[in-house]
Design a protein around this ligand. Structure first.
Ligand code: TXA
Ligand code: MG
Length: 338
């Protein structure tokens, strides 16, 4: 299959929308990461997403909508708390889990009777959904297990020849995937996957907001978890990723020098100085900047031929928790604690 590279123009958006209507796969930019989209109601098209990614069939997809009118087509029930959150955070990087309507085939929801829904804010994503008139099921557009793509080039690297088209909308602003939440009861928000919309951001709207334990620890493959995506090793470049929890930069550098081998790199904060003789990349200082850079740097490190990467440990507060979670997942939860 020849994968077309489309651009963010009216003409190309119409071509992309037409492809979606015909049951083809189109990767498109969102404000978080690139998604690999198909009509969420077409079973065959959705199966093709799983095949193109090599994704386990029990890992459900997020359905993307352009307006609240589409919500009723997909969700069987929408609690008042969800509507409040939609008012504050949609369009944006928040995915909410609802009981699903029968029109959404079970392949889309990974066999669950619930469905994750998100209204993205990226103009190209919104145009694609509106022009096609379809709710669009879209996981991140990477091959399963690899870091999520934040540029059209990353998508091409993973998907060229496997999908109909990639819509190039430049580099994604967010850099990590959306915050995924479900509702335990009318007043409780349960964060299944942290994103740039943090626990602190959600707190004013609910009685209680808590983060699932799978965000902090490795889950055995047979375990039943609230969000199937959390049990798979993820986001990982070819290089081995090793976060180092050091009391300060000097202790970090000392450790790396003692353990340095060929093809070892460091991933540092922007404000860290370059240590002599150790190849380094930087990934921001704040949670927001680190989120923007993390997956991009992972893919760069693979291009550089890194075998092992020591990473400065991000903070776990606010948006930082999303960075911490992706890093720990990439490392299989192995950490060097000094
Ligand atoms: O920012 C994003 O969320 C991106 C863009 C493209 O929108 N999408 C994305 O999709 O990251 P994906 O498939 O890579 O991750 C979806 C996550 C998985 O961890 C999945 O298990 C969880 O959401 N999820 C989806 N539907 C669910 C459901 N019904 N119940 C529990 N978890 C669900
Ligand atoms: Mg993904």
């Amino acid at each position: 299959m020849n994968t077309r590279l489309l651009h963010d123009t009216q003409e190309d958006l119409s071509i992309a929308a037409e492809l979606i209507r015909h049951g083809e796969l189109v990767a498109f930019p969102t404000e978080t990461v690139y998604g690999l989209g198909a009509d969420a109601r077409k079973e065959k098209a959705v199966r093709a997403i799983f095949a193109a990614k090599g994704r386990p069939a029990d890992n459900p997809l997020i359905v993307h909508i352009a307006g609240l009118d589409m919500l009723g087509m997909i969700a069987a029930e929408v609690p008042p708390l969800a509507l409040t959150l939609a008012g504050h955070f949609w369009p944006g990087a928040l995915t909410m889990i609802f009981p699903k309507r029968p029109e959404i085939p079970s392949v889309t929801s990974g066999g669950l009777d619930t469905v994750g829904i998100r209204m993205p804010s990226h103009p190209a994503a919104r145009a694609l959904i509106s022009l096609s008139g379809c709710p669009i099921a879209a996981p991140s557009a990477n091959r399963s297990g690899l870091p999520s793509p934040t540029t059209a080039k990353h998508v091409m690297d993973d998907m060229n020849g496997r999908i109909a088209a990639v819509l190039d909308g430049g580099q994604c602003e967010g850099g990590v995937e959306s915050t995924v939440i479900c509702f335990d009861d009318t007043q409780t928000i349960h964060i299944l996957r942290p994103g740039l919309i943090s626990q602190e951001d959600l707190a004013p709207y609910a009685g209680r907001v808590y983060v699932d334990h799978a965000v902090f620890e490795q889950i055995a493959p047979e375990t039943k978890v609230a969000s199937p995506g959390m049990k798979y090793k993820h986001y990982s470049p070819k290089a081995k990723i090793l976060p180092v929890d050091a009391p300060d930069f000097d202790a970090f550098v000392r450790y790396v020098r003692q353990h340095w081998k060929e093809h070892t790199y460091c991933l540092l904060f922007d404000s860290d100085p370059e240590p002599d003789g150790i190849p380094c990349l930087h990934y921001g200082d704040s949670g927001i900047r680190q989120a923007h850079d993390l997956f991009f740097r992972f893919r760069e490190l693979d291009e550089l031929g890194a075998a092992l990467v020591y990473v400065r440990m991000p903070s776990q507060s606010g948006a930082g928790l999303s960075v911490y979670n992706r890093l720990m997942r990439a490392a299989g939860f192995e950490v060097i604690r000094l």
